[in-house]
Design a protein around this ligand. Structure first.
Ligand SMILES: Cc1cc2nc3c(=O)[nH]c(=O)nc-3n(C[C@H](O)[C@H](O)[C@H](O)COP(=O)(O)OP(=O)(O)OC[C@H]3O[C@@H](n4cnc5c(N)ncnc54)[C@H](O)[C@@H]3O)c2cc1C
Length: 301
């Protein structure tokens, strides 16, 4: 087993939140190690949108640019490694243990491990996720402009129909296992019945219903269930919001001193759920890094 290393901040997660947190820490020459086990929430996405100066950039290119820029900061180290446990140490700081048994001691921790999505159990849906099937109309709607667009499930259908109304040529809601939704805007069609399968045909999604009917749409919007992708909130006993995301204050600080969190996995109590986007994740990562650094500065006095 390696000798534990003492660093200022361990950043767990190499998506937009963790990359920004590591950059912020590097800018003031604090020692940071960023851990990344390569499982990004937008892994299936070819082009990300609604990111000013990066509208249409492949996420992998965005991450590669961020890594290249981080390499200019001598106090920042990036490790392709999964962290298994984070444990508080008597007297302050945290012990991180990696999958290989490798250990790191850090004065503070920034959690940026993101969320995992769980789609409705419809055959073929997972294969289209991030391509023709998506959750966020700001990320994907424009690419289907003027065409027929589907919304799966009723809960978010009234809200999504209003957002997508000016973008789509027409809208159809597929309640699937829900009751038909109330409060849809005029002109939105409803295709009742259980959806059995989804597959791609050219640039369309074909949805096959239980009675054999088919609906063809240029894009399908779904509201996935999400969960924490890493066990650290539970390991550290962090306070959660009703959404299941980590509760943070205005500086990304969690309920445990020395632990900050930013990105999809965390939000302030005033919000019902995280504002899921690359820009928001970067902002959250920067706040979490600031919260961690403030803790280090006040501990030094
Ligand atoms: C289908 C889809 C399309 C999207 N399209 C867009 C878009 O067009 N525009 C937009 O702004 N947003 C988009 N988003 C949202 C965006 O991808 C997320 O908001 C953003 O990636 C969140 O960043 P993050 O850093 O919080 O988490 P992630 O990007 O998910 O990064 C989490 C990181 O934590 C690491 N990790 C997790 N556990 C461990 C561990 N135990 N040890 C080490 N590392 C660990 C992962 O490997 C990864 O590096 C999309 C999301 C989805 C699902």
């Amino acid at each position: 087993m390696d000798t534990p290393h003492a660093i200022d901040v361990a950043v767990i997660g190499g998506g937009p939140a963790g990359l920004q947190a590591a950059l912020t820490i590097g800018r003031v020459h604090r020692r940071a190690t960023l851990f990344d086990d390569g499982r990004y929430r937008n892994a299936t996405v070819a082009h990300m949108h609604n990111v000013v100066t990066h509208d249409g950039t492949p996420p992998a290119e965005f991450r590669a640019t961020a890594r290249a820029q981080l390499a200019a900061y001598a106090t920042v180290d990036v490790r392709e490694e999964r962290v298994e446990t984070v444990a508080p140490l008597d007297g302050g700081g945290f012990l991180l243990t990696g999958g290989s048994g490798h250990e790191v001691v850090a004065a503070a921790v920034v959690l940026a491990t993101g969320l995992r999505d769980e789609l409705p159990g419809i055959e073929g849906l997972d294969a289209l996720w991030g391509d023709l099937v998506a959750a966020c109309p700001f990320c994907h709607g424009h690419e289907a402009a003027g065409r027929r667009v589907g919304i799966l499930g009723s809960a978010a259908a009234p809200h999504l129909s209003r957002i997508l109304g000016p973008v789509a040529g027409s809208l159809v809601v597929l309640p699937h296992e829900d009751e038909a939704p109330d409060g849809l805007p005029d002109g939105v069609a409803v295709a009742p019945g259980r959806v059995e399968r989804a597959h791609r045909d050219g640039d369309e999604v074909v949805l096959t219903l239980a009675d054999g009917r088919e609906e063809r749409v240029a894009a399908l919007f779904v509201a996935p269930r999400f969960t924490q992708s890493a066990p650290f909130a539970a390991q550290l006993g962090l306070e959660l919001n009703p959404s299941g995301c980590i509760r943070v204050d205005e500086l990304g600080r969690t309920s445990v001193a020395g632990v900050s969190a930013g990105g999809d996995l965390a939000h302030q109590a005033a919000l019902p759920m995280p504002m899921v986007s690359v820009v928001q994740a970067m902002a959250g990562g920067q706040l979490a890094a600031s919260g961690a650094l403030m803790g280090l500065l006040s501990a030094a006095h």
